[in-house]
Design a protein around this ligand. Sequence first.
Ligand code: NOJ
Length: 545
Amino acid sequence: MDKKYQPFEERIVYQIYPLSFSDSNNDGIGDINGIIQKLDYLKDLGIGIIWLSPIYKSPLKDNGYDISDYYDINPLFGTMEDFDNLIKEAKKRDIYIVMDLVINHTSNEHPWFKEALSDPSSKYRKYYYFEKGKGKKRPPNNWTSTFSGGAWEKIENEDNMYYLHLFSKEQIDLNYHSEELIEEIEKILKFWLEKGVYGFRCDVINRIYKSSLKNGRFRLYEIGREHYINQDENYKILERLQNNVLKKYGAFLVGETFAINYEDGKKFKETGALDMFFEFDHAFSDQNKIVPVFKKKFKPKNLINPVLSWIEEIGWMANYLENHDQRRSVSRYGDEEHFYNLSAKALATFLLSLRGTPFIYQGEEIGMNDDKDMKYEDVNDVSAIGVTNYLMKLLHLSKEKAFKLVNETTNRDHARTPMQRNKDINAGFNNGTKPWLKINESYKKGINVEDEYKVEDSILNYYKKMIHFRNNDDVLKHGSFKRIKSNKNVAKFIREYEGNKYLVVINLSNKKIKDIREDKEILISNYENHSLNILNEYEAIIYKL
Ligand code: NOJ
């Protein structure tokens, strides 16, 4: 490997949502041993890094994004021995493990919070935000929670006392004004790095520092945000974690940074606080940014422009089209009805030819789609349930109507249905025990690993081809990036490295588009035949210039 580059610039990341990846003990819930069993699959696919969504001890109110013990594994997923084994087995295959670090909040079942709640004089009180209400009935400020409703919960046994939760009321915000808390976080980082993890994906990391608890400006979503998003001290805390711990291990850090602009993003890079970060602008290409449950007609330019602009501005991005919080990309940005495979492959070409580190979410590589038949009763997502109930109250909607709004926009369970491995019972996720979340029936129509392996031009085989191509290609891995003016539905750019130049052209629409190109060598495409004047629907081509 060229020493000039960090491993993360050389490698492709695959995100595993452990609950839904592979259930080895047939209890309905995915587990660590299930992941170990599938490492050869990931190796074959060409994956170099696994990002594991949380596997720590947790009551799973938000499926692990509510940690009750940072030093232990949730018994539903296995034991610490299983985890050590995962690290060992992954290492054998030259795959690195990245943990999910959820340090904006803990579960209400974390011993720190339990003690803080039962004993107001406890030192842990300072780890959180406990505040007196305003007057007799009002919470300390007007902030609202990302998951709907107010951001303060009143404590039962105390007079007029509240605690802060920016997410569900079981996810209690930590207070980064506390020196002792930051020391605890340093200990946690060390613990996992000593075990051999490669780094962390940091959950909502640009909101850990609240610089004031003043009322927020009125807005329809996340009132109070200006007091906690991208605050100066937030960068300083990360820099401190980098200097005291992370750099010593050469640890990799990718941040989830919701509501970020170019200036904030540059600061994260320049201060060295994060190696890279996820932006969310493109994730609003089919939903309203102010009120995300309002659907917006998808236009390819609203995906292409933000993604390319962020790369132009920042240089190296954490690129993704899906994760456990987003609906499936073929359903959002592709055309399931008329161009299922072609559109999924065009999206694959897009993701894997951009400058930056590509993040593939489990199931994306086989073109898993949203489950259109999902009912309110099927849903587990704490946010989808909370927002549905909130809309029912706020807009006086029936449950069906409220859920429809959520289901077509922000219902995260579309991405969380169990991984589809074959046509057997439960799509081969396990041996027949009812899974924790309803299976998407599309596995019966061939959207599963086993069937797609057998079909030469399947989505899976295309991903594999694209991934291996990139893994062995310096231009795509390290090359510079230059956008070329084109039709609004077409992503067109040049990648260049040491004199080698590629032209990437991707039609992300379901229409034919006039586009004139020279006759050059084609390195990869999702079509067999090409015209030099027209791009077919979802046609994607990488040319060597
Ligand atoms: C972002 C995570 O990706 C999401 O799943 C979670 O609900 C929130 N942060 C709160 O931790």
